[in-house]
Design a protein around this ligand. Structure first.
Ligand SMILES: *Cc1c(COP(=O)(O)O)cnc(C)c1O
Length: 471
């Protein structure tokens, strides 16, 4: 353990100071807190110098991984670079000092951002209008499904209680439908990883509220039968919901509205380059076609007009690219994913070999080295993911989607250079070679990360979030 791996409390030294408050020039004449609200004794804060604090937090920041420290090919999560100009715009004093309870007449600039964003997203998606209240993709899904339900109820069509969700869908889709009180009906994918139209047909009837689809789906494949699917679902009286969390491969090229979707959400924190992860602020605006505009929520989904700072960053990103350049995002995302996919398919199993969009899925190693391990167990996808950390790369998404046992889902994103992608490919090849030679190197990885293999269930279910005095 390095000295600065200690908690800041453990670095504390009685009387040491990093900052001294100026003396109160007004003495006791300022109103003091009432006696009952004051502390009996000073809080047990760490007593440290400025340099202790700076080193402590700088070292702590280096124990984590982020898009600003390295390549982050996390499929489905679209961890693309967040341009710093977004931050500059969001930090402009006129935006920073806004208060959510200010009268509307004092905030025409913020209103212009909402209006501009509404127009931009409508142009990009083919929807009529958006609400910016939802604070995440899943929040948007729930909002969109409530709009779907409201539409049917407004027509007195009360039988429609079921939502069709493909088996390849992101886990939030069935979860949101269940939270909305709808029954989830699964539709299978065919051998090419696309929604099986023949399997869909018998599910359609007068009890179907709609279908939720992701296109390109979570395997990174474009659902080329979408026009036919849309016609079938509309024919039975249902609506089409589009999960646009990762719309980056389609930007400026194809619009969900033109595919036949009625309702959709976008993840600004994936598609439009705003920061995410660690439960930070997100934004999942929901758009609807004109015939559903009356069902958009007023201000009831969340207070204070959603995460304004995030919406502002996404708007800066869209304006920076403009109509001419935004379609390059989709092209580069697609090119990068196909380049990686083709470069490694001799050492990682590629179950679906067709051209992908922004992401694709391998199904584990071609040679897992089982014959070289003392216990006969070869290296798994988890072991590949752990070994990547040793080389300074974040792991791809693993064991999702659930269609394959050793899923390794890679999304390089449009923001990486060929040199970075080549370095990743080289390391992936080296790891595959290690697995074939000596799988224990992978099974014991990572060898040089701050922590190695936490018990993932305990870490998720019973995290230790509180300082425990070990001195
Ligand atoms: C990330 C994601 C979601 C959920 O978004 P959150 O902001 O995490 O709630 C939904 N669908 C897909 C396809 C996603 O990738």
């Amino acid at each position: 353990m390095k000295y600065y791996d200690k908690l800041v409390f453990e670095l504390s030294k009685e009387g040491r100071r990093g900052f001294t408050l100026p003396e109160n020039p007004y003495g006791r004449c300022v109103k003091e807190l009432p006696e009952g609200l004051r502390r009996a004794s000073a809080p047990a804060l760490p007593q440290v110098s400025e340099i202790d604090v700076v080193r402590h937090y700088t070292n702590l920041s280096q124990m984590n991984f982020g898009v600003d420290t390295g390549f982050y090919p996390l499929g489905s999560c679209t961890m693309k670079y967040n341009p710093k100009i977004n931050e500059e715009v969001a930090n402009m004093p006129g935006f920073q000092a806004l208060h959510p309870l200010q009268p509307a007449c004092t905030v025409p600039g913020a209103q212009a951002v909402y209006d501009g964003m509404d127009k931009a997203l409508a142009a990009i998606t083919g929807m009529a209008h958006f609400t910016f209240l939802p604070c995440a993709g899943a929040h948007g899904e729930l909002t969109g499904l409530m709009i779907m339900r409201q539409y049917h109820m407004s027509r007195g069509d009360l039988k429609r209680t079921k939502v069709i969700v493909p088996d390849s869908a992101h886990g939030t889709n069935p979860a949101s439908a269940a939270v909305c009180g709808l029954e989830v009906v699964e539709v299978k994918s065919n051998a090419m990883g696309l929604v099986d139209v023949e399997a869909l047909k018998p599910l359609l009837g007068d009890d179907i509220a709609g279908i939720m689809m992701t296109n390109p789906n979570t395997l990174g494949l474009f659902e080329k039968d979408i026009r036919e699917i849309a016609a079938l679902v509309h024919e039975c009286g249902g609506l089409l919901y589009y999960d646009g969390a990762n719309m980056n491969p389609l930007l400026g090229m194809v619009r969900p509205g033109d595919m036949g979707f009625d309702i959709m959400h976008l993840n600004l924190h994936k598609t439009f380059s705003t920061p995410h992860g660690g439960g930070g602020p997100g934004s999942g605006p929901v758009g609807v076609a004109a015939h559903l505009a009356q069902f958009l929520p007023g201000t009831v989904v969340s207070g204070f007009h959603g995460n304004f700072g995030v919406i502002l960053r996404a708007y800066a990103y869209i304006l920076m690219l403009g109509k001419q350049h935004i379609k390059l995002a989709g092209k580069f995302a697609t090119l990068a994913a196909n380049y990686v996919k083709e470069s490694l398919k001799d050492c990682y199993k590629l179950p679906i070999p067709t051209v992908c969009k922004h992401e694709f899925v391998y199904d584990g190693l071609v040679n897992d080295g089982a014959d070289k391990a003392p216990d006969g167990h070869g290296a798994t996808t988890l072991d590949v993911a752990k070994r990547l950390l040793d080389f300074g790369f974040h792991a791809p998404t693993i064991y999702f989607p659930l269609l394959f046992h050793q899923a390794l889902m890679i999304e390089p994103t449009e923001t990486e250079s060929k040199e970075t992608i080549d370095a990743f490919i080289e390391v992936m090849r080296r790891i595959a070679a290690e697995a074939a030679e000596d799988p224990m190197i992978l099974r014991e990885a990572p060898h040089n990360a701050p922590i190695r293999r936490p018990d993932e269930t305990t870490a998720a279910r019973q995290p230790i979030l509180k300082y425990q005095d070990t001195l």
